[in-house]
Design a protein around this ligand. Sequence first.
Ligand code: PLP
Length: 404
Amino acid sequence: MRKIRQSKKLRNVRYDVRGPILVEAQRLEAEGHRILKLNIGNPAPFGFEAPEAILADVMHHLPESQGYSDSQGIYSARTAVAQYYQSRGLKDTDVEDVFIGNGVSELISMVLQAFLDDGNEILVPAPDYPLWTGAVTLSGGTPVHYRCDEDNGWMPDLEDIESKITENTHAIVIINPNNPTGAVYSKQMVEALVDIARRHQLVVFADEIYEKILFDDAVHHHAAAAAGSDVLCLTFSGLSKAYRVCGYRAGWVMISGPKEIAEEFLEGLTLIANMRMCANVPAQHAIQTALGGYQSINELIVPGGRFYEQSMLAHRLLNEIPGVTSVKPRGALYCFPRLDPEVYAIDDDEQFVIELLRAKKILVTHGTGFNWPTPDHFRLVTLPDVDVLEEAIGRIAEFLATRR
Ligand code: PLP
C-alpha cells in the first residue's frame, strides 16, 4: 500500500514548544509520573482565574452564539478593539480595521497566507515565539532571523536588522513584550524599528499579546502602531494572557497606517477570513467586557501579585545556579536563562531538556526551539506558585550540578 506522507509544505516547519519534548512528557505520564509542565504560557492550570465578568458575558451570550458571526468578527468586539487603540492615541482606527480570530495564532497564519508569495523574506527575531518562523515557512515565505542582544537586555540589534534587508524583504516581526526573553522595548527602540520599516517600505507585524504584563513601574508598553501613522502596521493581541483565557481562543489583529496601499492584501485577508467562517462566537462576546472593564491584570503584575513575584523569584533563583545567567524579565511570563558553554557542554539542547525531564520530571523548552542559534538556553514558564517554582528550580539546579 502507498504510504501516506505529510505534505512537502511541512518539510521545514517546526513548533518545538509542543514537539517531541511534549511527546516524551506524555509517555512518562502514561507510565505514572507526574510532570511539572513549564513549557507553555497557559495560566489556567496554575490556578489563575479569568475575571468573573468575562465568564458571565460568555455564559450570557451562549444562547445567541449558535450561528456563525460576520467573518471579521462581531461588531461590539471590533468596536471595543478599535476604541481600545483610540484610547492609546491612535486616532484613525475603525471597526473595519479589526479582524477577530481564534486567538492570535490563527490570525498570524491567516495574515501570512494572505501576504506572502513563495520566497518572500520576513525579518523575524531570534529568539522568537516559534509560531512566527513556522507560519512564515508554511506560507511559503523565508524567515530571516535578526539577533536580539542578550548583553543589551535582549534588545533587537538594529545593525543586524539593517544588514539582513534585501530587495526581497517584505515585513518585520516585532514581539514586544517578548516571548521568550521577557524584554520590553523602550519608545526609542520601537521608533527605531518602525523607522527601519519606513525606510525600507516594510510592513510591521507587531505581536503585542503581552502588552499588559509589565513588571516595573518604569516599564511602559509602546505600541508599534503609535510610532508611525505612515507605516502599515498589523497589531496582534488578544485575551489569552492578560485575561487568562487561553482556551477561549479570542484574539484580534488591527490594521493601521496607510491602508490604501494595502487594499488588495486586505481583500485577500478577508477572503481567508470568509473561508474559515468566523472565530469562536461565545468568546468574541468577552472582548468588549475584557477591554472596557476593570483590569484585574494590574493586581498580578505589581509587588505582591503572583505574576510579579513569580517572575522575580524565578529570575533570582536561576541566577544563583553556577554557570547560569538570566536577564531580568520586564514583562510576559518567561525566563530565558543562558547556560554558560564553558560550564555546561551541551551539543543538543533538545536532548538536554529531555534528559532533565527524565531525571527531574520538569518540562522546559530548549532555546533552539525558539530559533536561537546556539544550544545554550532554555525557556522556563514562570506561572507556578512561588513554592512550586522554588521546588522546580531547585530540581533544575540539582540536575545541572550533575552536568558540570
Ligand atoms: N504570540 C505570542 C508572542 C505568544 O507567546 C503566544 C502564545 O503563547 C501567541 C502569540 C498565541 O496566542 P493565542 O492564544 O492568542 O493564540
